[in-house]
Ligand binder design. Structure first.
Ligand SMILES: [Fe+2]
Length: 117
């Protein structure tokens, strides 16, 4: 029977710098998973007619968005370059933004951001 090291076992053999790099890689992979989950929930929401189920899926989708934020913040604590990149506002000019102020975010859905229900 073949023996494969688990991720923690493999990480135990790494130097401190290599462990941090491995952690960053895993966090990026986790971030990809969270983003894909948001898209999947949104696709299901768009197909869902039942209001209660739709509402629950929207709640779960928004939980995934919180996970994206948590992972992103964790990444910036470990990856100094990423932290520097997030410190710069890369979005469009204020007049071109879909959302121009934080208080306008509440109540927004993907649909109404694009002028739909
Ligand atoms: Fe999640």
């Amino acid at each position: 029977m073949a023996y494969e090291k688990t991720a923690p076992e493999a990480a135990a053999e790494l130097t401190a710098d290599a462990k941090l790099e491995q952690l960053v890689i895993w966090l990026r992979e986790d971030l990809v998973g969270e983003l894909q989950a948001i898209n999947q929930y949104q696709a299901h929401i768009n197909q869902m007619d039942h209001p209660e189920i739709r509402s629950m899926l929207e709640h779960i989708r928004d939980d995934e968005k919180e996970h994206v934020a948590e992972l992103t913040h964790l990444l910036t604590r470990i990856d100094a370059v990423q932290k520097m990149k997030f410190a710069t506002d890369h979005t469009a000019a204020p007049s071109d933004r879909v959302v121009s102020a934080p208080d306008e975010v509440s109540g927004l859905t993907v649909g109404n951001m694009f002028g739909q229900k």
